[in-house]
Design a protein around this ligand. Sequence first.
Ligand code: NAD
Ligand code: UDP
Length: 340
Amino acid sequence: MTETVLVTGGAGYIGSHMTLSLLEAGIQVVVLDNLCNSTAESLRRIERICGKAPVFIQGDIRNNAILDNIFTEHRIDAVLHFAGLKAVGESVQKPLDYYSNNVAGSLNLYQAMARAGVFHLVFSSSATVYGEPEQMPISENAPIGTPTNPYGRSKLMVEELLKDLAHSDPRWSIALLRYFNPIGAHESGLIGEDPNGIPNNLLPYISQVSIGKLKELAVFGNDYSTRDGTGIRDYIHVVDLADGHLKALQAISTQSGIHVWNLGTGTGYSVLEMIKAFEHASGVPVPYRIAPRRPGDIAECWADPSKAARELGWQAKRGLEEMMLDTWRWQSGNPQGYME
Ligand code: NAD
Ligand code: UDP
């Protein structure tokens, strides 16, 4: 039985939704986050939603003393590891930061887990590890590709490290979850994605245009060989994503080894379809212009989520309209994000 978990990066976008789902499921949560890309306000909002709060420790996954202290003070059954840096463009400019936080930080965390005798781990990986896949939809046994940037390579390195670890010692029980494109927000409108500065990802950009914070969206390329020429992705509601983690956590509590699951919906939408769906949900126009392709982007990417359905009994439940309504509720209710 999983009673207490450590969530690294639990104040961030996905980690905060995860923390809420865990608390709602009756699991105690210790959050470790250095707040380099988040604020502790997300944790206070979680308490407003569910009446329960995680234990919060502000600190870095690269700090051994903090990690050892957490594992001594709390009876941690499993770790959900979200902490890390995630901006693709920034990773090209600052590779050392990315390898330090994402690779060295993860390594440090796993060493601390081993010292403490905690061998259950859920790791946030990404569909980016598939590189430019030859076939759609992408199943877990599609070949691993060649990520085109340090961020993607950092995820791949950690996956490889974890495979070696699981093969070296049968006590480890590890879920590698490859996310497609998480969007949306909790239905309360109290927690959501709050990027620093100008957003890199499509949905935060669209929603900031819709409230007038940004002037117009640049659509990166309309000459891909897709149905309308714009890029196609598999967008998944962040609450469905958190549910997938709960199921993965259950699964690894009873089986050892390393398991890879795609977390996606199995349906792809183009950039233009996303703009239209957002406008429909919000009732607000989203001005856009067609711009050149963004270097490193692929034409299309969507999941075959059937392995997770078969093995975890999980599938995404929330459709595009709900994703858009929830994004809009969060963005319109919190135009400055967590800064009130
Ligand atoms: P996020 O930036 O909102 O959350 C990450 C959290 O980790 C932040 O709160 C940040 O302050 C914290 N953090 C970063 N470095 C840390 C360190 N060294 N020590 C302690 N805390 C640290 O990002 P997110 O979107 O919630 O992503 C969570 C995880 O999921 C990341 O590992 C990311 O790479 C992965 N992922 C995200 C997406 C996506 O589109 N959002 C897609 C695939 C994978
Ligand atoms: N995109 C876009 N304009 C933006 C941001 C993204 O046209 O300002 C497109 C991008 O080219 C891709 C899709 O939206 O086709 C999703 O991009 P995002 O950065 O959100 O996710 P990822 O590239 O990681 O799949």
